[in-house]
Design a protein around this ligand. Structure first.
Ligand SMILES: NC(=O)c1ccc[n+]([C@@H]2O[C@H](COP(=O)([O-])OP(=O)(O)OC[C@H]3O[C@@H](n4cnc5c(N)ncnc54)[C@H](O)[C@@H]3O)[C@@H](O)[C@H]2O)c1
Length: 260
């Protein structure tokens, strides 16, 4: 990784993709602030990589401000902020309002809070880079998980808006959009159509971290650890009816399997 990313913050870095990125950045010599809702997990990863644990909720504006303040106080700034924390909320329109609200807070507002805390400092200073962990679900959709699909589309929309608005002012925004990755999110309790879909062709979190490091050498907006996602995204844009027909065919397969 380029030396210009020597001061890094990663949210949701107590496990999964965030921990793999934190380890990879630290191995390249960066000083890393490790955030996670799970304080013990954040402390474990920070101790392992010689980083600084700042436990907290990425979906709380006060906690995100504290996280950013700590980066400036302890590292003298932040060149790269990885807004990575996210949750998979399965269910349909019938998912409880509370589940929709939590998905919105964690998968969307966490990025808004990060931008609010970072932009004034970056715009007044040397600029910076925001890496938003979205998902291929934000470009396509994820059957079985309406709150996740919708909030990841919103996360991508916000990242696009930031990139378009601030690209000429020293702020680079990139969106990481993997399909399945072997983490607790995919392998954790319970089985669902979404997890079955994610398991197909799943990558290891270390593979994703490697792709991220390569992508940080450039400025491409979309970072696609599963290259086939670019083709799916193109098909969706050029022939949405055909694409949706294909997705519905997969759903009918799940319905038939559930009925048998
Ligand atoms: N695993 C996949 O298949 C996959 C695919 C595409 C995108 N993603 C995205 O990658 C990101 C990381 O997911 P992962 O697979 O590593 O999941 P994970 O569940 O393995 O790890 C997520 C980490 O974030 C922490 N976390 C959850 N809510 C938080 C909050 N509000 N504040 C701070 N920390 C919080 C958890 O404690 C956990 O340590 C998420 O945004 C997810 O949507 C994952």
């Amino acid at each position: 990784m380029s030396a210009r990313f020597s001061r890094v913050v990663v949210t949701g870095a107590g496990g999964g993709i965030g921990a793999a990125m934190a380890r990879r950045f630290a191995a390249d010599g960066a000083r890393v602030v490790v955030n996670d809702l799970d304080a013990a997990a954040a402390q474990r990863v920070a101790a392992e990589i010689g980083g600084l644990a700042v436990p907290g909720d990425a979906a709380s504006e006060a906690d995100v401000r504290r996280l950013v303040d700590t980066a400036w106080a302890e590292l003298g700034g932040c060149d790269l902020f990885c807004a990575n924390a996210g949750i998979l909320t399965a269910g349909s329109a019938d998912a409880p309002d509370a589940a929709w609200d939590t998905a919105w807070q964690v998968n969307v507002m966490s990025h808004v809070y990060a931008a609010r805390a970072l932009l004034p400092r970056w715009l007044d200073g040397e600029g910076g880079r925001l890496l938003v962990t979205v998902s291929a679900a934000g470009l396509l959709t994820l059957l079985g998980s309406a709150p996740y699909s919708v909030t990841k589309h919103a996360a991508l929309g916000f990242a696009e808006w930031l990139r378009a608005t601030y690209a000429h002012r020293g702020i680079t925004v990139q969106a990481l959009c993997p399909q399945g990755v072997n983490t607790a999110m995919m392998t954790g309790d319970g089985q669902s159509a979404s997890k079955t879909l994610l398991a197909a062709g799943a990558l290891e979190p270390e593979d994703v971290a490697e792709t991220v490091v390569k992508a940080l050498a450039g400025d491409s907006f979309l970072i696609l650890p599963h290259p086939e996602v670019a083709e799916f995204y193109q098909r969706r844009a050029t022939d949405p009816d055909r694409w949706l027909g294909g997705m519905n065919k997969i759903q009918r397969g799940f319905d038939a399997a559930a009925a048998s």
